[in-house]
Design a protein around this ligand. Sequence first.
Ligand code: BGC
Length: 939
Amino acid sequence: MATNWKNAQWIGSPEITLDATRRSVFGIEATFSGQGGIVFGAEDARLATKRRNIQNQSASSYISYKLEQGKLTITRVGYAEGDSANKPFAEVEISDMDINAINTLSIKVSGNMALTYLNEQLIDGEEVAPRFPGMSTSLVGRQLNPLGHNDVITFPRLNKIGLLEGATYKNLRVFELRKPKAELFCADSTECLSFVGSLIDPSHGGATVLRQEFDVSKEVKSAKLYATSRGIYSGELNGQALNIGDGKDYFTPGASQFDKHLFYHSYDMPLQQGKNTLQFTLGSGWWSDAQSFVVSNYNFWGNNPSLLAKLDIEYADGTSETIVSEPDTWQVSNDGPIRYASFFHGETFDARIQPTDWKPAIIVEPVEITAETFPRHPDLNYTQPKIIEHPGNPVGEIVNLKAKSVIAIEDAFIYDMGQNMVGVPRIKVIGEAGQEITLRFGETLYPNLPEYSYLQGILMTENLRDADCTDIYICKGDPAGEIISPTLTFHGYRFIEISGIEKALPLDDVEGIVLSSILKETGHFECSDPMVNKLFENILWSQKANFISIPTDCPQRNERMGWMGDAQVFAGTSVYNADVLEFFERFLISVRDLQKEDGKFPNVAPYDVGFGGILWESAGIIVPWELYRQYGEKRVLEDNFDAMLKYIGYLRNNCVNGLFAQGFGLGDWLATDMSTDNELVWNAVYAYDLQIVADSAKILGKIDIVNELEDVLAQLKPLWNKTFVDPETGKTRSADGKINDTQTSYALPLCYGLFENPQKAAELLNQKTIELDYTLTTGFIGTPCISAALSDYGYADTAYKLLRQTKYPSWLYPITQGATSIWERWNSVTEKEGFGGNNSMNSFNHYSLGAVGAWLYSRVLGIRPGESGGYKEFILKPCFGGFDWVKGHYDTQYGRISSSWNNDEWTVEIPTGTKAKAELPCGKIIELESGKHTINIKG
Ligand code: BGC
């Protein structure tokens, strides 16, 4: 139900707050005459103790930029071995300057590099040619980070700042780099006097808290609140949290393509007689602060979260009243306990503070923010999106885990939650007022391998890259204890390092609240091989971990993005594990919002800041299809059909001699050898897209389109075979005729029905897999297909051996290494090679390679949707063998379907009102009505 917002206005705070310890994108500038300069990045807590950095530093740190006649001297101290206060890190000659004039020195730090300007002239940094045709030139600055530039832990952060002795200062400013270039800190000449030769922390403010107090003097019949925000909100009525259902909600209103759609939630409000207080705390969420893997994408949508709310009250006497967000009656404070919060960096909470310093809220006006630092920023951040009701439930709590063990390291304690999870800690502490407790999160520790020397046993955070994943809690000093439990951030972790406490906390007091959009599972699989059972559990964990408002690639590092490739390969598994219809419908709104004029779908949704090409973009076609097949909901096809067809138009317009040709695109991502020919795979997916859209057109009764697309397919399939299949051997090959036979080169086109001689292709796939001794060389794209491609053509035996393989590369190899979730790489960590050099792009919680889950349900349990989608009439067709026994179920909208078998019998349960066609091992097909059936499978 769309709501009329009446006169509600977007309200927020006039203060743009700053936490200098978390800021990696900023400008700092001083205006002065004489020899002087700026200090920043000082006393970085990450460099103060060895366990917090990989440079082995435990020193006080700073970076200074000193201006002398004709020269800029940069000094870096405490960031890496070799840094020294007495040795310049860099010197830059400057011609044409007068040190005695009034000069403005400006340093713009974006992630790991800095551009320096003197009186607006670039003096340190260079303009480089475009990376890709069509892109503009870019400025590359001095790299201050000892760890490198891309995909690394970011240094420096703003931290403490100061001024060098010797000059007369007019001012010192810290500001944002993107429009509207808010000033974050400013000191005039008098204030500057006290910063010379000393350091100050420029941080100020905390999360925006908005409140409205109103009186209720009549009997209330009903009261309903509608709320949304730019950023995320948590609301309270008279001190009680506002939640949609019984559990606690997180991160409302959720992620969307904010310039096109914004979600709202509605709440029944138990108002009390007399004074009522409605209060909202705003966080950056998916709106502002650090976003995506591009560090300069800071404040992607805006720099100031705001709220839109409306409360409709109906009184028993038939009158009504509406209270809306607007500046006159709402107050704002930035002085609450949440001093800082963002998804990537964590939360700082000072339990001693309650919001004070209430001032009038302001209207947060639309501000035009043009693309400045990265070409794909939206042109207008504060456009007028459609505000629609949030489909499905918000992120909620699913379970609380207790720590399993603890070890001491330096002055800290590392707790193992025993499970790679996503959520927030819930920790009980007893501390002195003002005691600062720091929590750091990681997925793993450095292994005890010689190459990790001094790093062995410390928390591994290189793979979090720019995401700080650190919570800070300042105790209020309650002798009965207090609870640390952040609400405006989340972390992907198995280990928590706690410092600032004297002795280890009891394990029971260190809990992890697991958060997900998946509040209920709908599927289960179990078999006689405990390792396969663990694999199944890990798949479920990784789905829950990465279904946080949108389907993300990973939940821990500075991505957590809706990569379309990942979503499309895992969709088929996810639809069994949980009812993800509304979850994905939400995602598809963003996908459609981002479709280009020419029909091209994005590679990431929301906010298309990624790459990938057809294998990624095709999520816009494959995801709706998977939803339709599993849930039988025609509306998914109706809602998405036009966009799907438009994408087909884009693909057809980008064909050369009948084959889809894209300049750049990813292939079978993260395959062990990455050798499958890209064009072969791209064109198989092109054909699959065509098939899906033709089938969808058939379902929707669009016969002309069916005919047209089937004609295209009728030409494409023979051309694909002619181009990519060697007529002599039947082996696959690349367009230049070179044999290119990999598991993926057979598996994917087999699943998508491309081969003229599929049996031959399956035979070659089987042969290849035996040659590889039943190990996997598939990446994200081939992995979902290989098992079905084998089992559907008579090689179930090979598919089972592949599934049960424990040596690398295989699904079970990570289990032998203690995995509790699905890894991004087949070898994310190995006993012999540790991370194998992949320290930064290495997530331990990426669902893509877990796409074999669909095969466990559809081919091992044998539960498959019927021809016309959904489970009103469905298919039961297991591949018997492979295990001593198997059991599991899938909860459809009609009830539970269960299937279990052993060497002798097969037992199934069919929900009331449904029926199934069951295929026996002998090939005989029988019709089963609702109820329980036991079938002898020996004959
Ligand atoms: C993400 C992936 C994604 C890919 C595209 C990665 O950084 O984590 O899962 O699909 O980029 O190459």
